[in-house]
Design a binder for this molecule. Structure first.
Ligand code: KIV
Length: 291
């Protein structure tokens, strides 16, 4: 059941003059429209995990990813391997309540798609039915091509994910960027395989710039980079990373805000005012009805 449209879309949405020209009167992004942007205007993608962040991110994004990075940045897990279908569905539902124009994609968590194309279909269909999102994302290249083909032929749009694949961290020995030339052909072959299988776009994570460039020119679907240079057709960042709310700052992250300091300042001032009995004041207090 879709849970769309149960929160009001306020802020800049209620004052369109606040929005940049490019975001005014945007039509809702569809899968074919997203793919058609290959090689044209860069695609803006961000993660979101909650309704009100999605509402803000939606104002500027072509695509919102409910990434399994939520395990780390929201739930404090050491990696993404402990993320479940229930996590993805709950956060997917929340994001769908806030998103309006952006294409919403929900990640398939580790263990939900690798076993067989049939298991992948069952879980992907559940995500789409229970969240109302448009597409799913799954990590994997050549080895996942049969699964991607099975899903896309049955009505499930798939965003693929190659290069550094966080769900493979145990076999890779950590989060390892792809920077050695002898690894390049494998990653290019992965990108070509997921395109041939029907993926509408591919996330390229943690690769050297010359490899990102070669991948982007060797596929006709948009490449969305994270730690993969400006050579990609679009960019994605994890929301908590870019607003400064996650302590680890990898090289590829640019912080556009410092929410940790803002939150610390707010909670410290609140605590002090409670201790000083400076909050609440009369302004924050109900008066008895006198009528
Ligand atoms: O889980 C996630 O947020 C992702 C992005 C890093 C692309 O897969």
């Amino acid at each position: 059941m879709s849970t769309r449209s149960t929160i009001s879309k306020k802020s800049a949405a209620s004052d369109p003059s606040q929005l940049p020209d490019s975001t005014k009167k945007r039509p809702k992004m569809t899968v074919p429209a997203f793919t058609a942007r290959k090689g044209t205007e860069p695609l803006v993608c961000l993660t979101a995990y909650t309704a009100h962040v999605a509402r803000i991110v939606d104002e500027v994004s072509d695509l919102i990813l409910v990434g399994d990075s939520l395990g780390m940045v929201i739930h404090g897990m050491p990696n993404t391997l402990g993320v479940t279908m229930e996590h993805m569905i709950m956060h997917g539902q929340a994001v769908m309540r806030g998103a309006d124009k952006a294409l919403v994609v929900v990640d398939m968590p580790f263990g939900s798609f690798e076993e067989s194309p049939e298991v992948a279909f069952r879980n992907a269909a559940r995500i789409i039915k229970e969240t109302g999102c448009t597409a799913i994302k799954l990590e994997g290249g050549k080895e996942m091509a049969p699964t991607i083909s099975h899903l896309t032929k049955r009505g499930i749009p798939v965003m693929a994910h190659v290069g550094l694949m966080p769900q493979q961290m145990n076999t890779a020995g950590g989060f390892k960027a792809v920077r050695e030339e002898e690894q390049y052909d494998l990653v290019i072959a992965d990108a070509q395989a997921v395109e041939a299988a029907g993926a509408f776009s591919v996330v390229v994570e943690g690769v050297a710039e010359d490899l990102a460039d070669r991948i982007t020119s060797s596929v006709s679907i948009p490449t969305i980079g994270i730690g993969a240079s400006a050579a990609c057709d679009g960019q994605i960042l994890v929301f908590e990373d870019m607003i400064g709310l996650f302590p680890r700052v990898p090289t590829f992250v640019k912080r556009y805000g410092n929410m940790e300091d803002m939150i610390r300042d707010a909670v410290q001032r609140y605590a002090q005012e409670v201790r000083d009995r400076a909050f609440p004041t009369k302004d924050h207090t109900y008066k008895a009805k006198t009528d």
